[in-house]
Design a protein around this ligand. Structure first.
Ligand SMILES: [Zn+2]
Length: 84
């Protein structure tokens, strides 16, 4: 029986360190790992930040940090509120 190395990809949460091995199988390619993790509710941002689906304060804060800042809303005729 030959012995040969195998490479597998596992997604790991940047917030808690949970890996998807406990939830979904090992994956032969990075793309397969990303696809399976997203189907299981994981968030993988464009900058490769990974957040598992746990719902606690730390994970909600991590997701909030991924959101872009809210744009300033100004109604026509309203003076700008940020007068520096
Ligand atoms: Zn997590």
């Amino acid at each position: 029986m030959p012995i040969s190395p195998r490479t597998f990809h596992v997604v790991v949460c940047d917030t808690c360190g949970l890996d998807d091995e406990e939830v979904i199988a090992l994956h032969e390619t990075r793309e397969d790992a990303v696809t399976a993790a997203r189907r299981a509710g994981w968030i993988i941002a464009a900058d490769r930040t990974v957040t598992c689906p746990r719902d606690d304060h730390q994970h909600r804060a991590a997701i909030d940090a991924l959101m872009p800042p809210e744009p300033p809303i100004q109604i026509d005729g309203q003076l700008p509120l940020d007068l520096r």
